[in-house]
Design a protein around this ligand. Structure first.
Ligand code: ATP
Ligand code: MG
Length: 397
């Protein structure tokens, strides 16, 4: 080991499903991995019942580690040395590894023996390897808090010797659970919602409402850049930019200050539902969180939700702002999200938005103008833009 890593061993995540689902999970994970690592054409892949092995040539392990740790569906992974399933060979490889550590340190050997025909059992292998290290180095055994551990997996053909277990991103392979349409703003919350959705195995397509010239080209570019940052988890993302100006101006003219946001959000939901149903998205999603702003009280959410008939996923609904901000920092979107560009909600920011809107009142206000044809106009005016994660050129979904 040391510099002799030749294989990456990938352990799967939440595999409670069996049969066909399990096969789909593994296949999808392999596909997502291959695409995440598409800039490394010399890697080769092998898929077994419970592992994926990636064979290395001369790639930089740190770069690979960075990329693999962002692929959903992996519980953990390790750089390993593959040797023949032969006790002497295994002992030698482990000793070389132990010698590569500064002495004296404490260590532990952990063996998993999948090949039951191997002459020694797990405990026997642990002892044989450990006593060889004790004899030839100044290291000491500490089974509770070792400075380093050596893990040995004995399979029929080959044995994998690995030191560090690197945590994976968890979740399900992105794309395996269908597609959702996320309402993506330029704020902090909705990019974090995208991350949570992808982690659940959902492919995310985005819809963004822009009101040019009240919202600038820069504000739109910010949303596309956020989409690109978050695309690192699924390769690419389609962002549908709706020209919302005429509808929004009519709303403000027709309904007045206090209900403007509520009606505007009802229109956003209506448009999103229509787009979702026409494009194979099984649900829509938002970055809403209870109580954060006037339109996110339960009363508001219920009145906004009542105009559509499609599931709405709100991954952040019970999270604190601080938790959301920490996640935004982790996924690298925070710095961009806080740049002060106007968005379509802030442009027409009403003084006294209603916090407990009434359903009857909404329908009554909506009768004052022909929103149907304005929605139709929006549907005809959608700009589809596909953004890619910075490292990659092509989509893999
Ligand atoms: P965010 O940080 O995601 O903007 P927020 O706390 O600012 O959220 P709101 O502005 O009320 O809250 O928006 C709530 C949700 O509505 C957003 O998370 C997003 O899903 C959606 N949304 C708001 N504005 C837009 C927009 N211009 N285009 C698309 N979706 C939007
Ligand atoms: Mg916002």
């Amino acid at each position: 080991m040391g510099n002799k890593y030749d294989t990456i061993l990938i352990r799967y995540g939440e595999l409670s499903t069996k049969g066909k689902n399990r096969k789909d999970f593994i296949k999808r994970l392999e596909l997502n991995l291959k695409n995440a690592l598409r800039n490394y054409p010399n890697l080769t892949y092998q898929r077994t019942f419970d592992r994926i092995y990636i064979k290395l040539t001369d790639e930089n392990p740190d770069e690979l580690k960075e990329i693999i740790s962002k692929v959903f569906g992996i519980s953990s992974f390790s750089f390993t040395e593959k040797v023949k399933s032969d006790l002497d060979v295994i002992k030698e490889a482990c000793l070389n590894y132990a010698k590569s550590m500064n002495e004296p340190k404490t260590f532990k050997v952990i063996t998993r023996r999948h090949d039951k025909s191997f002459p020694l059992n797990s405990d026997g292998i642990n002892r044989a390897v450990a006593s060889d290290i004790l004899k030839n180095t100044n290291h000491k055994v500490d089974v509770h808090h070792p400075d380093f551990s050596i893990q040995i997996e004995v399979r029929e053909e080959d044995t994998y010797i690995t030191s560090e277990k690197i945590p994976g991103a968890g979740g399900y392979p992105t794309g395996i659970n269908g597609k959702v349409l996320l309402l993506l703003s330029g704020g902090i919350d909705s990019p974090v919602a995208a991350y949570e959705l992808m982690k659940r195995g959902l492919e995310v397509e985005a819809i963004h409402y822009a009101s040019p010239p009240y919202t600038s080209e820069n504000a739109k570019q910010k949303v596309l850049d956020l989409a690109s940052l978050i695309s690192v988890y699924q390769g690419s993302m389609r962002v549908n930019v709706v020209n919302f100006t005429d509808l929004q101006l009519e709303i403000y003219k027709a309904v007045g200050d206090s209900y403007a946001i509520t009606i505007m959000r009802r229109m956003m939901f209506r448009i999103a539902e229509r787009y979702a149903k026409a494009h194979n998205c099984l649900a829509i999603a938002t970055g809403e969180s209870i109580g954060q702003v006037a339109s996110q009280t339960l009363e508001s959410m219920s009145v906004i939700n009542e105009v559509i008939n499609i599931p709405v996923i709100r991954p952040l609904v019970c999270m604190d702002k601080l938790e959301i901000i920490n996640l935004a920092k982790k996924i690298n979107t925070y710095e961009l999200s806080i740049l002060p560009f106007e968005d379509c909600c802030t442009i027409f920011d009403p003084k006294n938005p209603v916090t407990k809107p009434k359903s009857d009142k909404c329908y009554e206000l909506e009768e004052r103008f022909d929103y149907e044809s304005l929605i139709e106009q929006c549907m005809q005016n959608i700009d589809n833009i596909v953004v890619y994660s910075k490292e990659k050129k092509e989509s893999f979904l």
